[in-house]
Design a protein around this ligand. Structure first.
Ligand SMILES: [Zn+2]
Ligand SMILES: [Zn+2]
Length: 380
């Protein structure tokens, strides 16, 4: 059997920044090197804007000494081997790995407390993005502590866990912030008040739509504001899950409060600065604004800074950005995906708009964007 030979190789998709190319390569199959590691057979890998930027060589850093970086950071796999000290995860389990790994600085309190998503030094690494090979390959090995168990009944959706963690980390912090209001800092307040809160999601890509689902299951009255016309597939999708859809073709962003009332929360998932700062102008009293998108550098834009600053002060507003995710957000995403699958069994499956073999990588990474979440399948 091939698997019994030493120094096995496997297929992977890698970018070569020096040679300016991306290709399918033969990559050494990883082995367990310590008792706390596990080996995973990759099932599916999702593709997002970050992968496409890395594929265009705008981003991404190979491991030290390697001419290439194996890409991919959104995945679900099945455990095929566990080290002798692995305690919670078993062979056969389905898992989703976290992406970021801690920096080495002893004085970084974030990394030293397992919260490398808040790393203070910037010397973290990220699988498939920065200094560590990613998941667009057949097998990976990693520490058990970075793995999140996935119930088998949602394994066909679990490639969505990582993109959903963006919303989960954002929303964990929303409720921490909401506790500044004493009537929300009591047990059961989230259940009691969330449905009275009005949320606007900017953007109808996968991060926006998964965020919309996360807001809806928490009870928020949720609007999605995006460019797609109101007859579009995405608009129909939003309405089919109980959200409300407003197209920027029909309504100017300044008019949103007339339609919605006091906007308690804006969840930005566009990566577009102009529309996002215009949206800050309509954030309501005690409102919270979450930025999740990373805009390209396109030069300065005009914003009404006086109005935004006045609102921030006079309306007790809070604005924050969020990147990457900790274990709590991964666990929340897995729980929420289970809820989505029960509440919207057809719709949550529509979010994955296509499953493709590895040989389609050129089109998926460099071709036009289409659909919602497209994934590469390795399970066969
Ligand atoms: Zn991603
Ligand atoms: Zn750190």
């Amino acid at each position: 059997m091939e698997k019994l030979k030493n120094n096995l190789v496997m297929k992977a998709i890698a970018v070569f920044p020096q040679e300016k190319k991306i290709s399918i390569i033969e990559h050494p199959e990883p082995k367990l090197l310590s008792g706390t590691e596990i080996k995973i057979k990759i099932q599916e890998v999702g593709i997002c804007g970050t992968d496409r930027e890395i594929a265009r060589l705008e981003y991404g850093t190979p491991p030290k000494g390697s001419p290439y970086l194996v890409i991919g950071h959104e995945t679900i796999g099945q455990v095929v081997e566990v080290g002798s000290q692995v305690s919670k995860i078993k062979t056969g389990d389905f898992v989703v790995p976290m992406v970021r790994r801690p920096c080495w600085h002893p004085e970084c309190p974030a990394c030293r407390s397992g919260r490398q998503d808040f790393c203070l030094t910037g010397d973290f690494s990220e699988r498939g993005i920065k200094l560590l090979h990613g998941f667009m390959t057949e097998f990976i090995v990693d520490e058990e502590k970075y793995m999140n168990f996935v119930p088998p009944e949602i394994k066909d959706l679990a490639v969505l866990v990582e993109p959903l963690t963006i919303a989960e980390k954002g929303l964990i912090q929303v409720w921490d912030i909401e506790k500044r209001l004493p009537w929300l800092d009591v047990p059961g307040a989230e259940e009691k008040y969330a449905h009275k809160q009005k949320a606007v999601v900017l953007g109808a890509g996968p991060v926006g739509l998964l965020g919309t689902m996360a807001l809806l299951v928490r009870g928020f009255d949720t609007w999605v504001y995006s460019r797609d016309p109101k007859e579009s597939v995405k608009a129909k999708f939003v309405e089919s899950i109980g959200g409300k859809y407003l197209s920027s073709r029909d309504i100017a962003i300044q008019k949103l409060p007339e339609q919605i009332g006091n906007i308690d929360l804006i969840y930005e998932a566009t990566g577009a600065a102009t529309i996002s700062f215009q949206a800050m102008e309509v954030l309501g009293i005690n409102g919270v604004f979450i930025f999740t998108g990373v805009p390209g550098r396109k030069g300065p834009i005009q914003i009404d800074a006086d109005l935004i600053m006045r609102n921030l002060v006079l309306k007790n507003q809070l604005v924050y950005g969020t990147v990457n995710a900790g274990k709590d957000a991964f666990e929340a995403a897995i729980l929420d995906l289970g809820k989505f699958a029960k509440r919207w069994p057809a719709q949550i499956r529509q979010v994955i708009t296509g499953r493709y073999p590895i040989t389609n990588y050129q089109d998926l990474l460099l071709g036009p964007i289409s659909g919602m979440k497209r994934v590469i399948t390795f399970s066969n």
